[in-house]
Design a protein around this ligand. Structure first.
Ligand SMILES: Cc1cc2nc3c(=O)[nH]c(=O)nc-3n(C[C@H](O)[C@H](O)[C@H](O)COP(=O)(O)OP(=O)(O)OC[C@H]3O[C@@H](n4cnc5c(N)ncnc54)[C@H](O)[C@@H]3O)c2cc1C
Length: 495
């Protein structure tokens, strides 16, 4: 046991560790219930917000009544500009998608909680000053309206992730909650009965002791720590690009394990998507690095081979697992290929991006670090395999597919035959690790004997058991907001 010899002591009811989406929602819920709550955040003020700041600000929400549920979340001024058709998205469909993409492993109780509370929590966030916007990346034009397909179109925070955290911090500040920046939690304090009664934290001046009736840990996963990535995710993961904050290095999990907490979830698994080859090694998302338009083109490796069904499903259901497939390719790199028919469909992130462009496929191959003969053979075989069974429609699984390839492309498969051609080099970008600590339905951390550790809660990325293998986009922020409130309600009930 290290004696930290704190330079100062602080008293509060509840200390929340980590000021991302989950922590901020916990802070606001606890403050509104009258608790004396303190937030400590490892990052400096200008970098506050963790992965939530780097996120797209997209929340997956069940709106069983479509427009009727969705529209009250938005400001009238936003709704006036646009005519929407919001397809109803039931709680069952949301729940089943999470279970389905996790191969049935996602904790059913947790899933039920955040799915069922998703809509009411978004309304609560609106009351907390979050303004919602239209997710145009996942909507399409249909019959003169903006069509918002169920499970694909999500709820967007105004200003994306940065807007989200700044809106939440504005309310936190307005409500007079004290925030200690550049203050990292180091170690939990437990009493003789095994109850957590505070923690040791460190700022630039040294150690401080924070005495609290409850500690809510919301300080993220371990994905920004290369050693942990190598240890838990495996070979080559220490070398991947990390899309989010540099500050989530796993201390919250370690502090829990140090006092005998259980682990939970998919420790060898992670959310890893597709980013540009030239994006930075850390905080890659800050550079507009997402390369999510692959369903409209194909992806090939350096050998010139395709390696996934790019049109297997909507991007929101495939992007979190395709990063891992790219990491397995020679040189851990792949190339997204588009032609003149699909270039207009590319997202904004591609507009200023580094690319190779040519009026011939031979020219494209010459300029890419790729086996040219094999590349041309792949394109010819792909073009020959495109069927005319269906016609192209971006807003639905259109069934426009190839037949006879391994792997086939099963939706949005158009021939690549119209110059100019463009190629974008892409890599694996790690978003978050799925392994975390074990908690119960009240977000209380569970010890190695299966009992809740009184006074200790784990929320957001730090808690395991939510996601395995794959992930329906927008679920991370929703579960963080819901479980943040759940933890705060329980902690307040014990004051
Ligand atoms: C690029 C990117 C895009 C994403 N887009 C989306 C999206 O659109 N929708 C979605 O649902 N999910 C998205 N995600 C995932 C989502 O951002 C996370 O699941 C979610 O933000 C996690 O929230 P959190 O509050 O648990 O953690 P964070 O937001 O990461 O907050 C953790 C905080 O803890 C602080 N901290 C760390 N260690 C300590 C310590 N020892 N002491 C004190 N503080 C500490 C960190 O500085 C940080 O501020 C995205 C993630 C990334 C990286």
């Amino acid at each position: 046991m290290i004696n930290y010899n704190p330079k100062k002591k602080v008293e509060c009811d509840i200390v929340v560790v980590g000021g991302g989406n989950a922590g901020l929602c916990a802070v606001l819920e606890a403050k509104d219930a009258g608790a004396n709550v303190l937030l400590i955040e490892k990052a400096p003020k200008k970098l506050r917000g963790g992965n939530s700041r780097f996120s797209g600000g997209l929340f997956r929400v069940s709106w069983p009544e479509g427009n009727e549920d969705f529209e009250p979340l938005l400001e009238d001024s936003v709704l006036k500009q646009i005519e929407l058709e919001v397809e109803p998205y039931s709680t069952n469909d949301f729940y089943n998608k999470v279970l389905d993409l996790s191969d049935g492993l996602a904790n059913q109780v947790f899933t039920e909680i955040y799915v069922n509370k998703s809509l009411e929590t978004m309304d609560w966030m609106k009351q907390q000053g979050v303004q919602w916007d239209i997710d145009r990346n996942h909507a399409s034009q249909r019959e003169g309206k903006v069509f918002c397909p169920a499970g694909v179109f999500l709820l967007l925070a105004k200003g994306d992730g940065e807007g989200l955290v700044e809106m939440l911090y504005t309310t936190v500040e307005k409500k007079g909650v004290e925030v200690f920046y550049e203050t990292a939690a180091y170690s939990l304090i437990i009493d003789a009965e095994g109850k957590v009664c505070g923690l040791i934290a460190k700022d630039r001046n040294g150690f401080m002791q924070i005495n609290a009736k409850s500690v809510i840990l919301a300080c993220g996963g371990f994905q920004a720590d290369p050693k942990s990535r190598r240890q838990y995710l495996g070979e080559n993961w220490d070398l991947v690009k990390v899309r989010g904050t540099r500050f989530n290095t796993g201390e919250g999990i370690k502090m829990c394990l140090d006092i005998g907490a259980q682990t939970d979830g998919h420790w060898g698994g992670c959310h890893a998507s597709v980013v540009s080859e030239d994006s930075p090694m850390i905080e890659a998302a800050g550079a507009g690095s997402e390369r999510y338009s692959y369903p409209y083109g194909i992806m090939v490796n350096r050998n010139g081979d395709r390696f996934v069904d790019e049109g297997m499903d909507f991007q929101v259901y495939t992007y979190a697992k395709f990063g891992k497939e790219i990491l397995k390719q020679p040189g851990s790199v792949a190339f997204q290929i588009f032609d003149a028919k699909t270039i207009p469909l590319l997202r904004n992130d591609y507009k200023e991006a580094e690319k190779v462009e040519s009026n011939s496929l031979e020219g494209l191959a010459e300029d890419l670090d790729i086996n040219p003969e094999k590349f041309l053979k792949t394109i010819t075989e792909y073009n020959n395999a495109v069927t005319d069974e269906n016609s192209f429609a971006s807003y639905k699984l259109d069934g426009m597919r190839t037949r006879g390839l391994n792997p086939d492309k099963t939706n949005w498969a158009q021939k690549i035959d119209t110059p100019p051609y463009q190629a974008f080099a892409v890599k694996c970008g790690l978003t978050m690790a799925y392994g975390g600590v074990k908690a119960n339905e009240k977000a209380q951390v569970i010890d190695n004997s299966g009992h809740p550790i009184e006074g200790l809660y784990a929320i957001g990325e730090l808690a395991g058991g939510f996601f395995y293998y794959n992930y329906p986009s927008g679920s991370g922020l929703t579960r963080g907001a819901v479980m943040g409130r759940v933890a705060a309600v329980d902690a307040v009930s014990k004051l």
